[in-house]
Design a protein around this ligand. Structure first.
Ligand SMILES: *Cc1c(COP(=O)(O)O)cnc(C)c1O
Length: 394
């Protein structure tokens, strides 16, 4: 159920982490860089362990800096609670390994973050969990894949490389009354631009490494959902797999979230201009950006998302060689994987991240030879466009 708030999102992004009142009145959440916490006496230790008294025990089980980040994220996603963990993949694995047991089945989108895909495709079968990957841009494919043993529907929207969009309302309707947990990876949108929980999705996952942190200086993940599920996760896969976030990283994410809305506004504004520029450039075959009228799901994007985000992929007419040449010619755009930073990052999957993948398999995953991925930053967009122009025309 969605929460109700006195203040609007922009205000909450700045003020929502005030749950922890520190002793000295520091404006910012202190970094509680401590692995363990001291008990006054043996009775207090016992009471904390059996949950009769609130309070901290050991940082893998909870820490005040982590806790402020969790409260902040639950607040922004409109959820009851959240858990902060050490990476986006720690978030994905803690959730699915809790929800799925031997013999269970999951329906997952066929366009997923690479490591999420390998976890589902290569590791989960080792635990006798069956996963069906379907093209979720057609909800009927999801409907047809459901079995009696289906426990989870896993979505990522928009998703690389074509920035295809899944209609989350349809997913919620399909799962309704079936005892299926719906999960959405909301990394590309952040809660500022898309709030799946408010649409009825059960669990949201983030790689906080990306837009939430926003500065390319930390790795983290967040799980958001009901109080009941968060309690269950804390007592199982989060505590026992132990992929927790350190207090300093939690602090950096709290700091990043303060400026989330202004960064996202600028990134979206820049991305719209850069996508248009690319669409009109003679070296470019095709641009994938949900904000372009030419995107096949532009109207769904407008309905479901607050804005269109900062990820653009485009296909160069010159294929593999043109992609490689552009990578080696850019001077301002930074040649790096990851996304969501203040700097514009550029990547050519065929010659970089997917170099070892055989061309036929690459094509099947939509990674064509001339495909370039751009994570738009907050620079002056003219400078980025000039850099891309000189890189493509050199
Ligand atoms: C980066 C990313 C992940 C994994 O997050 P890490 O923080 O790198 O573990 C998961 N999903 C999406 C969409 C991502 O972009």
């Amino acid at each position: 159920m969605a929460r109700e708030y006195k203040h609007k999102f922009e205000t909450r992004a700045v003020h929502a982490d005030e749950g922890h009142k520190n002793e000295v009145g520091a404006l910012r959440t202190p970094i509680y860089q401590s692995s363990t916490f001291v008990f006054d006496n043996v009775e207090q230790g016992a009471n904390r362990f059996c949950g009769e008294e609130a309070g901290y025990i050991y940082t893998r089980l909870g820490n005040p800096t982590q806790r402020d980040l969790e409260k902040q994220m639950a607040n922004l996603e409109g959820a009851e609670d959240a858990i902060a963990v050490g990476s986006g993949m720690a978030a994905v694995s803690a959730v699915v390994m809790n929800l799925l047991n031997s013999g269970d089945h999951m329906v997952a989108s066929d366009t997923l973050y690479g490591c999420t895909h390998s976890l589902f495709d290569e590791l989960l079968p080792n635990w006798n969990v069956d996963v069906t990957f379907v093209d979720m841009t057609d909800p009927d494919n999801v409907r047809n894949a459901i079995r009696n043993s289906t426990k989870v529907i896993y979505t990522e929207t928009p998703a690389n490389p074509t920035l295809s969009i899944i209609d989350l309302n349809e997913i919620v309707n399909i799962a309704k009354d079936k005892n299926i947990t719906t999960i959405t990876d909301n990394t590309f949108m952040t809660p500022y631009l898309q709030r799946p929980i408010e649409m009825g999705i059960d669990v949201v996952i983030h790689s906080a490494t990306k837009y939430l942190g926003g500065h390319g200086d930390t790795i983290g993940g967040v799980i958001v959902g009901s109080q009941e599920l968060m309690n269950e996760l804390r007592m199982t896969t989060v505590k026992d797999f132990g992929g927790i976030i350190g207090p300093f990283d939690a602090f950096l994410l709290l700091r990043g979230i303060k400026t989330l809305t202004v960064r996202m506004d600028k990134i979206c504004e820049n991305a719209k201009k850069i996508a248009k520029f690319l669409e009109e450039h003679s070296e470019v075959e095709r641009v994938y950006y949900p904000g372009l009228e030419s995107h096949p799901q532009h109207s769904l994007a407008k309905k479901q998302m607050g804005d269109f985000g900062g990820m653009i992929t485009f296909e160069l007419k010159g294929g593999y060689e043109a992609g490689k040449k552009l990578m080696n010619s850019v001077e301002l755009c930074v040649l790096a994987v990851s996304l969501g930073d203040v700097d514009t990052l550029i990547q050519h999957p065929a010659s970089m991240t997917h170099y070892v993948v055989p061309p036929e398999e690459r094509e099947k995953a939509g990674i064509t030879d001339g495909l370039v991925r751009l994570s738009v930053g907050i620079e002056d967009p003219e400078d980025v466009m000039n850099d891309l122009k000189q890189g493509m025309e050199s």
